[in-house]
Write a protein that binds this ligand. Structure first.
Ligand code: PLP
Length: 402
């Protein structure tokens, strides 16, 4: 484990410095950006603000090299090959890319869990309307964890793809993705993993998982907004049909025809977010240096303080398993007497604590359970134990108002 010190680490995050820094507990939505990421973005615009993959001049050469290095750093980060890494804008775009590029036809089945983010639900619902694919929903167990038996029951020869969340943004639970993939492959179904809430919190090894597709967002791994990654297993890359096409995707074209590039670039149409990608490279380096062991230890410590501090409040319900160790960095709750938005607003306005309230883009789950909404506190390695205790005390004071 690398030498980790929260106080020292916080100095790298501009918003956490100053006299009265806010308590930022909205990390499941977006994590903060450290100085090296901000500096890398600025350096791009100041020193080499040019195109990648197009221009042979000196500045173009620097950008080419940095983008290629980033692809390699990201590939190493998830134990993939650089040719398997497609740059996207976010997880949502990665999932849409597979939905649009993977050959699904009328009657083909796609399975998803009942806890999917809208980004892993709506693309399939649209295909259901357009192509008449069929969606199957894998229901969770009563404690909201993944039900392997339900998956087994739902598999059949017509299931072509299982698209499943790795770590849920609803309750922080990490699904047994390796087992899901193994079982799905025995059925000749491919697996797309939504790793938006995983990539910044635990090591992902796509080789060990044997997953076919995996998507995550740059902004949740300390990187810039508008950057994302889609992993596609090498032998499947050629099978996908690009759906956003144009400049940067072809080797050659005539008035009548075109020849697509063979690598990931054929899915990266148009000029890219080079500043963002170069910032993402610094983010991944920073994250690796912090170390996933340290991240897990800190998240568990904070989740314990918050979960134990609020679970016995009258009218309080925490979503997901009771054991905080199963809920990673997330404490998502609702109260029988006070509306979630009111709690979040009071936390912000009165106590300078930022959380998110609402349905967290998992409307389907809330609708199916008849739960209106909830307040989600999500922590990260730069949050402190005193912030967690302050959150508990503040929440108790707020709830005494009802
Ligand atoms: C589990 C999960 N999937 C997908 C997404 C969508 O990510 P993005 O908005 O970066 O595309 C999120 C965002 O919060 C998420 O938590």
């Amino acid at each position: 484990m690398s030498d980790f010190n929260t106080d020292k680490t916080r100095k790298d995050f501009p918003i956490l410095n100053g006299d009265n820094p806010p308590v930022y507990f909205d990390n499941a939505c977006m994590v903060l950006k450290p100085e090296p990421v901000i500096k890398a973005i600025e350096e791009y615009y100041r020193k080499y603000p040019a195109c990648s993959g197009r221009s042979n001049h000196r500045l173009g050469g620097i950008v080419n090299q940095k983008i290629a290095e980033t692809r390699k750093i990201i590939a190493d980060f998830i134990s993939a090959e650089p040719e398997e890494i497609i740059f996207t804008r976010n997880t949502t775009e990665g999932i849409n890319l597979i939905a649009r590029s993977f050959a699904l036809e009328k009657g083909d089945g796609v399975l998803i869990s009942d806890k999917e983010h809208n980004s892993n639900l709506i693309p399939w619902q649209v295909l259901e309307g357009e192509k008449r694919i069929e969606i199957g929903i894998i229901k969770s167990k009563s404690d909201n964890t993944f039900d392997i038996n339900e998956l087994k029951n739902k598999l059949s020869p017509k299931i072509k793809l299982i698209s499943v969340v790795f770590t849920s943004n609803l309750d922080g639970v990490t699904n047994p993705v390796k087992e899901i993939i193994k079982i799905s492959h025995q059925n000749n179904s491919l697996v797309l993993v939504d790793a938006a809430q995983t990539a910044g919190h635990q090591k992902i090894d796509v080789r060990d998982l044997e997953c076919d597709f995996l998507a995550f967002s740059g902004h949740k791994v300390l990187g810039p907004t508008g950057t994302g990654v889609l992993y596609v297993k090498k032998n499947l890359m050629e099978e996908l049909k690009p759906f956003i096409v144009g400049g940067g995707t072809v080797e050659d074209s005539t008035y009548e025809s075109h020849k697509f590039l063979s690598g990931p670039e054929r899915f990266e149409a148009g000029l890219g977010d080079y500043a963002g990608i170069i910032g993402l490279r610094e983010a991944i380096k920073y994250l690796i240096n912090i170390g996933f062991e340290n991240i897990k230890t800190q998240e568990e410590k904070l989740n314990k303080i918050i979960s134990e501090g609020i679970k016995n409040i009258s009218g309080m319900k925490i979503i997901g398993p009771e054991n905080y160790k199963e809920r990673g960095s997330i404490i998502n709750f609702y109260h029988s007497k006070m509306a979630s938005h009111e709690i979040a607003l009071l936390l912000d306005k009165t106590y300078d604590i930022m959380v998110r309230s609402g349905r967290h883009c998992v409307h389907s789950w809330y609708n199916s359970r008849g739960i209106r909404d909830s307040v989600r506190a999500s922590v990260y390695f730069y949050n402190t134990e005193s912030e967690a205790k302050y959150f508990v005390d503040s929440l108790i004071k707020i709830l005494k108002l009802v």
